[in-house]
Ligand binder design. Structure first.
Ligand SMILES: [Zn+2]
Length: 262
């Protein structure tokens, strides 16, 4: 049977692993939402582009139709203009003139419409070009986001797998009753089954501990749970590698490791 200090150290490691698993699960669970957000943003931008493109295409189609008709009208006008030479009397002459005027009027109408549409097409094509470039960059952003999400998920899944295996190994060294109770507390307390005892209190629910209990926690001679929230308690300095409070001046570690060299 392992002693209290070893058991507490094991619980501490298990708690760290549990939080790591929890964080990694968050990444996995949050992935569909992240993907949807990126895709929605793209769809929104894309629909603006599609609307502009449809307007552009409609104007272009109208312009093409008018240009074709314009060519026909010019031919008609030319035909009547030629036949003006062959009229036999004043009545025929007047009738042909009337046809020429009608064709001229239609030609004028189409020319005006084509001119107006050309101006709009010019404005739209500038807008369309900018939007098309934007859509392309949005598309690559979405693609990059999709890849990043897949990478994050794969990484999180492997972390879950590794941490779960590590935790299982630790649990195998502990009394089954302790492991079972840890799991109960963990489920009931949103994953937190081990908290610090500090200033004679449970740091989670701030219930005061009996001096005797606090003493045993400080010395890590016995495994205690909080009488109120049922979480396991530990005194941080007692579980420090040396068994003493970790003393570390800011920056001292860096100096010790590489003598200040960068
Ligand atoms: Zn408590």
């Amino acid at each position: 049977m392992t002693d209290a200090r070893t058991q507490l150290a094991s619980l501490l490691k298990m708690q760290e692993l549990a939080l790591e698993i929890q964080g990694a699960r968050g990444v996995v669970d949050g992935a569909p939402g992240r993907l949807e957000e990126a895709e929605n943003r793209f769809r929104e931008r894309n629909s603006e582009y599609v609307a502009t493109k449809e307007r552009f295409d409609a104007i272009e189609a109208d312009r093409r139709a008018r240009s074709l008709e314009l060519a026909t009208l010019e031919e008609t006008r030319k035909h009547f203009q030629d036949s003006l030479m062959q009229v036999k009397n004043q009545r025929e002459y007047a009738a042909v003139l009337k046809e020429i005027d009608a064709a001229k009027a239609r030609i004028g109408e189409h020319e005006d419409a084509i001119l107006a549409s050309m101006e709009e097409v010019e404005a739209l094509s500038g807008d369309l070009e900018a939007r098309a470039a934007h859509i392309e960059s949005e598309r690559s952003i979405v693609e990059a986001e999709r890849t990043a999400i897949a990478t994050d998920v794969a990484e999180a899944e492997s972390r879950i797998e590794r941490a779960t295996a590590e935790r299982r190994e630790i649990e195998a060294t502990l009394p089954p009753a302790l492991v079972a109770n840890v799991r109960r507390v963990e489920e009931g307390r949103r994953g937190i089954f081990l908290v610090k005892a500090d200033h004679e209190m449970c740091s989670a629910c701030h219930v005061r501990l009996r001096p005797q209990v606090y003493q045993e926690i400080k010395q890590a001679t016995k495994v205690h749970i909080c009488g109120n929230c049922r979480r396991y308690l530990y005194y941080e300095p007692a579980l420090a590698p040396s068994g003493r409070p970790p003393i570390q001046a800011p920056g001292s570690e860096v100096e010790a490791v590489n003598g200040g060299a960068v």
